[in-house]
Write a protein that binds this ligand. Structure first.
Ligand code: BQF
Length: 284
């Protein structure tokens, strides 16, 4: 039976560390600030933005929300980002994705100053991650690594399978595992033998977006299973990509949904915002 790695618990520790450092910055007259932009009224995005604002208040950051109507034009959005880029008291800027279809996500990501890009989506930060010379890590993969470290799992020499190849999770996840000397395979929709590749893996990171995608027959006895999925099941209940009970019976470690990777994503955003404030004030 697997040991459950609690993201709730680990994220609370990360946030407590951030809060302590934030208090130290405040004593120096520096109040870290995060601007959060949300366009339109996607209910999931609204929940995520609220989680981020709550976390800011919790660690002592100033947060500003910019809730723009769905009809916002590209020019209006770019003008807001320009203004936030130029304000020294704003250390981090994030634009909640996905954006309404008429808006150009790539242009928005490119417009955010790399030094304020606390999601680490800007090409300059992506490039830095690739060569291992970075200030910010993308929040979800960084949160996964934090859970792995907390559980005392050594990635070096392990065979790792990442399911999913998004720019936000799968690709950077593979990179971080490689930085720690994992042997990494990335599976995606065109992969012919995902089940077989998973069965030989010591560590599986599921970021598929499909409930119960990873079933027990795909998991080796004693494997580490990290569930990045945030889905709703047929009853509208939050669930991950892993068929939890049967997989937990075989795995050595597993992360739950909710309360696994999700809260870590938020905690790592706080960590990045703190780092941004330190860099912009010449303290890192
Ligand atoms: C939990 C996200 C898909 C697409 C865009 C805690 C969050 C989720 C779950 C959360 C996510 C997912 C976020 C739990 C932020 C993670 O208790 O299990 C927190 O707020 N997340 C996002 O900002 O954009 C997404 C998933």
């Amino acid at each position: 039976m697997a040991i459950v790695i609690s993201g709730k618990e680990v994220s609370a520790k990360v946030r407590a560390d951030v809060k302590k450092e934030c208090d130290e910055l405040k004593a120096k007259g520096i109040a870290p600030g995060l601007a959060v932009i949300i366009v339109g009224d996607d209910p999931a995005s609204r929940v995520y933005v609220n989680n981020k604002k709550k976390a800011c208040a919790d660690v002592g950051f100033v947060s500003e929300e910019y809730a723009l109507p769905a009809e916002t034009t590209q020019e209006e959005l770019m003008a807001l980002i320009d203004k936030l880029n130029s304000r020294p008291e704003i250390n981090g800027i994030l634009c909640q994705l996905p954006l309404p279809k008429h808006l150009d996500e790539k242009a928005v990501i490119n417009a955010i100053s790399p030094i304020k890009d606390v999601d680490a989506f800007h090409p300059s930060n992506v490039g830095r991650i690739m060569i291992g010379d970075y200030h910010f890590l993308p929040c979800t993969p960084a949160g996964v690594m934090e859970l792995i470290h907390y559980a005392g799992i050594d990635v070096s020499g392990k065979s790792c399978v990442v399911i999913g190849r998004s720019n936000i999770v799968g690709k950077p996840m593979a990179m971080l595992l490689m930085h720690e000397n994992g042997t990494v395979t990335v599976c995606h929709t065109k992969t012919k033998n995902t089940a077989e590749l998973c069965r030989s893996a010591d560590i599986i990171i599921a970021s598929v977006g499909r409930p119960k995608f990873l079933t027990a027959d795909m998991v080796k006895e004693g494997a580490v299973v990290i569930d990045v999925g945030i889905n709703r099941d047929e009853n509208g209940k939050l669930c991950g990509d892993v068929d939890y009970e049967p997989v937990a019976a075989k795995a050595s470690y597993i992360t739950p949904v909710p309360g696994g990777v999700g809260p870590m994503t938020i905690a790592m955003l706080m960590k990045n915002t703190l780092m941004a404030a330190k860099i912009q004030n010449g303290l890192a």
